[in-house]
Design a protein around this ligand. Structure first.
Ligand code: IVH
Length: 692
């Protein structure tokens, strides 16, 4: 590889790693397995050592990873929360042992334990009381999630026995399989997105705004690190034993080892026990046991030299690609799907794998008849990670992505910078219409329960539903008695019957009537306009509080709205330029749906009169952020989450971050204390008085 090629490859890898980092840490929604991620990082590392002059100062190889969630208070860790260097091979564990022994030539022991697959947390105990819980964040500072963490039963709120005055316990919060399965079952019933794996579910749960919701998630905790001011405990193993006396639970898998052979015994024992464990692990951690020896061996910028993680490879299988089919989603995005010769992998028979989009498909260069390696990491849907080129038939040809929609025949389009092809005929393409109907009734949209995918399908087939306004013309006599049996799908292998019996029809019709009360922002979201998610819908409704205003807003006006970029403004103007869409909205209005935003938030008559307000730090009077947001909204203000020139006021609680102070000063934004805020809302006349 020449330097030009290396430069390009380094740039590509850095971008990819950063993207996956954000997906993993910020969105808790990884798109590749740890193994694949580590491979990208490894390749980048190698290239950077080969061409040191090309290493960028912000290269992901220099970072510990992750970034900060904006909604929680950000606090610096007492000492950085480092990561571990990883390996997937026993040879590298031997190399680790050789390296360590070169750095410390006297006898010592290793301690081996499980590598839990969850979320890292640092817990501070002052005089035995849990005072703070910080996520790892970027390793230097993390989010304060104390209230949420306090709901986890295996985390003692008060230590027992003979505990030190100051103690920081670091460890892993995770969701056991049982809790994960029932959470996803419940989400499925409520038509919410499923969590791909327990780790994502744990990460998502910790970031919930409502602690009582966290309590329902049944998270657990195992400690793996202890920091004390001064301690008579000289090694990790003893600390681990002691922590049980303080009230922590341990997995029970721990071993003191002197040689690599003993380490491998532990690795093999755990590998066998792994499938029976009630929670996920992704490997084994090997640490030098004695603290004095750890200190002598020291650290790199990112990780201790005295520890290594041995990770189990995600389970893989080889099978043949029989064909490629294409699915059309609600937004018209085309997803290529690999149809595979059925193969047993990690407990289930796999027949299909997602190929995601045209870019992924062409970078894999899969061809019909190829033998492909499929992998099931923590995700539900397996993916193809490589093609076995040695078994490729000479006559095989590269697959060309389809050019017309498999459902309606329209010519597919792809915009610059997008990896997916789209079917542009959103008004006539059946899966897009059905997708929009399903989206409309979802819980976060119009919440029309008792109707699901199967029933919508049937009503569409019968010509009773053509667009979302048709829900409001459905009659009892049209629905009663309808029935259809769907053949088994390749996913669950079961046939399914949907039927409209008396009770169901009554429930559906009453849910439809009730949905007329749904507030305007949710209706806006429910329309399923491309790129308009829940948050954007709320912001649009706040700035343009009626359907009429939104429909007549120009691209230039829309783009000024917070969080509305070019794509969104364009999508909105396109949607409302279409006469079919306009008449559909008119029918919804005639049916009595709420077309204006009448909540106190935008009444603009409250004491805060539509001011855009940020609350930052922690508060005395308001126990949770939700409470202060509610107060702002009830008093006619609009809560915003980040400072911009459009912010009118900041309510500063305790510990408001210095960066926010600086920015607020720079932008000349008024800052008031919590007491001043309480004064402000009590001094001013309330909404009704203002109106009358
Ligand atoms: S020790 C200096 N022990 O693995 C780092 N980490 O990349 C000390 N993890 O984010 C970490 N199980 O959350 C340690 N038994 C264990 C662990 C463990 C899981 C996680 C940890 C960290 C990551 C390291």
């Amino acid at each position: 590889m020449n330097i030009q090629e290396a430069k390009q490859q380094i740039e590509f890898l850095s971008r990819e790693i950063e993207r996956h980092n954000i997906l993993y840490y910020d969105h808790a929604d990884p798109k590749i397995s740890d193994f694949e991620f580590d491979r990208l990082l490894d390749e980048l590392n190698k290239l950077e050592s080969q061409f040191p002059e090309l290493r960028q100062p912000d290269s992901p190889t220099l970072r510990v990873g992750g970034s900060i969630n904006r909604n929680f208070k950000t606090i610096r860790h007492s000492s950085p929360m480092l990561s571990l260097s990883n390996t997937y091979s026993e040879e590298e564990v031997m190399d680790f042992d050789i390296r360590v022994r070169k750095l410390y030539e006297e006898p010592f022991q290793y301690v081996c334990e499980l590598k839990y697959d969850g979320v890292a947390i640092g817990l501070t105990y002052q005089d035995g009381i849990l005072t703070q819980a910080l996520t790892r964040g970027d390793g230097v500072q993390g989010d304060e999630v104390t209230d949420n963490v306090k709901t986890i039963r295996s985390i003692p709120l008060k230590l027992k026995g003979d505990f030190p005055g100051f103690l920081e316990v670091r460890g892993e919060i995770f969701m056991p399989h049982d809790a994960f399965n029932s959470l996803n079952e419940q989400r499925e019933a409520e038509e919410e997105n499923l969590f791909a794996n327990p780790r994502n579910a744990a990460a998502g749960s910790l970031k919930l705004m409502d602690s009582s919701e966290v309590a329902k998630r049944k998270l657990q905790f195992f400690p793996y690190g202890f920091i004390e001011d001064e301690s008579s405990i000289r090694n990790y193993y003893n600390h681990s034993l002691e922590s049980k006396k303080w009230g922590f639970t341990q997995s029970g898998f721990i071993a003191l080892c002197k040689t690599p052979a003993e380490i491998f015994d532990f690795i093999h024992t755990v590998a066998e026990a792994r499938s029976e464990l009630p929670y996920d692990i992704d490997g084994v951690v090997i640490k030098v046991n004695e603290y004095a020896v750890q200190e002598r061996i020291g650290y790199t910028a990112k990780s201790p030299r005295w520890a290594i993680a041995y990770k189990y490879k995600a389970e893989q299988a080889v099978t043949q690609l029989l064909g490629i089919t294409y699915q059309v989603g609600r937004t018209g995005a085309i997803t290529p799907v690999a149809e595979l010769r059925p193969v047993f992998l990690a407990g289930t028979t796999v027949k299909r794998a997602s190929l995601h989009n045209a870019d992924v498909m062409s970078s894999l260069d899969v061809r019909i008849g190829d033998y492909v390696i499929i992998e099931k990491g923590g995700e539900i849907i397996p993916k193809i990670i490589a093609v076995d080129l040695e078994q490729r038939k000479e006559e095989s040809e590269a697959v060309k992505f389809i050019s017309s929609c498999p459902e309606c025949g329209s010519t597919l389009t792809r915009s610059d910078g997008e990896s997916a092809y789209y079917c542009p005929d959103d008004l006539h393409c059946p899966p897009q219409i059905k997708g929009r109907l399903e989206h409309f009734i979802a819980r976060k949209a119009m919440k029309i329960e008792s109707l699901g995918e199967g029933k919508i399908d049937l009503l569409y087939e019968k010509g009773l539903l053509k667009d979302v306004s048709d829900f409001y013309t459905l009659r009892y006599d049209q629905l009663i008695g309808l029935e259809k049996t769907y053949p088994p799908t390749s996913e669950n292998g079961k046939e399914r019957t949907v039927s409209f019996r008396e009770k169901t029809v009554e429930n559906i019709l009453s849910a439809i009537v009730q949905s007329k009360e749904v507030p305007f922002p949710r209706l806006l979201f429910a329309l399923g306009i491309r790129h308009i998610g829940e948050t954007v819908a709320k912001k649009l409704a706040a700035s343009h509080p009626s359907m009429k205003q939104i429909m007549s807003a120009t691209y230039e006006e829309l783009i000024l709205v917070d969080d509305v970029g070019e794509k969104i403004a364009e999508s909105l103007t396109n949607f409302f330029a279409n006469t079919d869409n306009r008449s559909m909205v008119k029918r919804l209005e005639d049916a009595g749906l709420s077309m204006t935003y009448e909540t106190p938030q935008t009444r603009r008559f409250g004491p805060l009169k539509g001011s855009r307000i940020i609350a930052s730090g922690s508060f005395k009077y308001f126990a949770t952020r939700e409470e202060i947001i509610q107060s702002i909204e009830q008093n006619g203000g609009v809560y915003v989450s980040s400072i911009s020139s459009k912010t009118d006021l900041i309510i500063a609680g305790e510990n408001m971050g210095p960066a926010k102070f600086e920015k607020a000063k720079k932008l000349n934004i008024k800052i008031i204390s919590e007491d001043e805020y309480l004064q402000l809302i009590s001094d001013m006349p309330n909404n009704d008085q203002m109106i009358s």
